[in-house]
Design a protein around this ligand. Structure first.
Ligand SMILES: *Cc1c(COP(=O)(O)O)cnc(C)c1O
Length: 457
């Protein structure tokens, strides 16, 4: 059969791995809107964000023009320990679905953190070390980012202070222990260790926390501690830049076999895996060289692209960070306890928000039980136990493949399989026991979040 000419896994040689990250902003006609200083409402300058971010990362954040940024040798070496990641042709799933579509997935779960987040964590730890810092602070929701950062910090011998959303801290004790194994200190947020944490606890006694709140605490500690900076695992331009390794490897692998994708799908929390996966393909589309659809998939319980507003908003609940223009549900929005912890952020990266607003990318939202159904179907036929976040992309890819079955079109679908779900078995248990619910916020609930948006001008 002609079909089998393409192997189950398209691997790359080490020598084929990217030597530079690709900065999609350089090729965007409408650049992402700049971060604003909340005090002056003017675009932030490098010196204004340097007290918070590592200098080199702050430069990357503000750089809209350099197309290729060299990956330092030390980071390339670390990447070689767990990359290139495989691009898998989902022959078994295709067979099961009886679809003429060709399905590929880029699997980022082959490292101890269990997700793509390590790609940016190692870069951020490297620049912090190079700057001579003592350590970094961060927040983590579901725990993948905190785990990835702990691994990266231990590699470069940096201190790592993680503020973990309280509900996850309590529900996922094993995640916490993995971080401690790599030497990080983990504090449940909100906590009494920061001013903002104390304030939030006073205003909302008994709260189980949110990402926005944990960010505020981590930023406060970074700014107040000598030799520390704050690092973030998603949303920011710099993170999407580092994650471009996913897309660059995918493109090299597909190019080897002359394959052009028709649809690229990724789950979208803050937008880093999707932004990284689509980057080189979107660049080609903008230049008119590729006709491809891009689909962001988000949970119906936290629908920032599909039901949010494109506006300047705070990145954190404590309102200490710069303002970002993004599709947002409002920084006070606290989503219902969905099991895809990594997709519960109130906003979406400015870069992806701009692409979406320009009509270059589509977005859909899916409900939790349908996502777990797709996750299970995928696990049973392709073997990998997917993370709930990643399963949003699986659900959308299966739906697109089934559409092809109806129309008989042989489309090539590529999706990002961002990680594994070993720490999410409580969620799988709920699903199996029929105790999982689909929470969709009402318009009134969303309005409350929008009412809190800052008024600019
Ligand atoms: C964090 C995470 C996501 C969502 O984050 P993005 O920045 O939107 O990519 C998706 N999948 C996994 C496994 C994650 O850990």
């Amino acid at each position: 059969m002609q079909k089998k000419e393409i192997p189950y896994k398209i691997y790359l040689e080490e020598s084929e791995m990217p030597k530079s990250w690709y900065n999609l902003r350089a090729d965007m006609v409408n650049k992402p809107a700049p971060l604003l200083n909340p005090a002056t409402l003017k675009p932030v300058k490098l010196e204004e964000i340097e007290p918070v971010f590592c200098t080199e990362l702050a430069k990357q954040e503000l750089d809209d023009t350099t197309r290729e940024i060299a990956i330092p040798e030390e980071i390339q070496n670390f990447y070689r320990m767990y990359r290139p990641s495989p691009l898998v042709r989902a022959y078994c799933l295709e067979e099961k679905l009886q679809t003429p579509a060709k399905i590929y997935y880029k699997f980022e779960g082959n490292n101890t953190s269990g997700s793509h987040k390590l790609n940016s964590a190692i870069a951020q730890a490297y620049y912090a070390k190079k700057q001579g810092l003592k350590g970094v602070t961060t927040e983590t929701g579901a725990g993948q980012w905190g785990t990835a950062l702990s691994m990266a910090c231990s590699y470069f011998d940096l201190d790592c202070k993680v503020y973990m959303v309280k509900v996850s801290y309590e529900q996922k004790p094993f995640r916490r222990e993995v971080m401690r194994t790599y030497g990080a200190s983990v504090t449940p947020s909100p906590s009494e260790t920061t001013e903002v944490g104390k304030r939030i606890l006073k205003e909302h006694p008994g709260t189980t926390g949110s990402l926005g709140c944990a960010i505020s605490e981590a930023v406060e500690v970074a700014v107040k501690s000598e030799g520390y900076r704050y690092v973030l695992g998603s949303v920011l331009n710099q993170v999407l830049l580092h994650q471009s390794v996913i897309g660059l490897e995918t493109k090299t692998a597909l190019d080897k076999y002359g394959i052009k994708p028709d649809i690229i799908i990724g789950c979208a929390g803050g937008g880093s895996n999707l932004g990284g996966l689509i980057a080189p393909f979107m660049g080609e589309k903008i230049k008119g060289n590729l006709d491809c659809r891009f689909i962001a998939v988000e949970p119906a319980s936290c629908p920032s692209l599909t039901r949010g507003k494109f506006a300047y908003d705070f990145c954190d609940t404590g309102k200490v960070c710069p303002l970002a223009k993004m599709y947002t549900l409002g920084c006070d929005f606290i989503p219902a306890p969905n099991h895809a912890g990594g997709l519960r952020y109130h906003g979406m990266s400015s870069l992806l928000s701009q692409l979406y607003d320009d009509g270059l990318m589509e977005a859909i939202s899916v409900e939790q039980t349908a996502v777990f159904k797709a996750a299970e179907e995928f696990a049973r036929i392709e073997g990998i136990l997917p993370a709930p976040e990643s399963s949003h992309a699986i659900k959308a890819a299966i739906d697109e493949a089934l559409k092809c079955k109806e129309t008989g079109e042989e489309k090539t679908i590529v999706f990002g399989l961002t990680g594994t779900g070993y720490f999410d078995m409580v969620a799988y248990e709920k699903f199996h026991d029929g105790k999982m619910s689909d929470y969709i916020p009402s318009d009134e609930e969303l309005q409350k979040g929008f009412d809190g948006l800052p008024v600019i001008k």
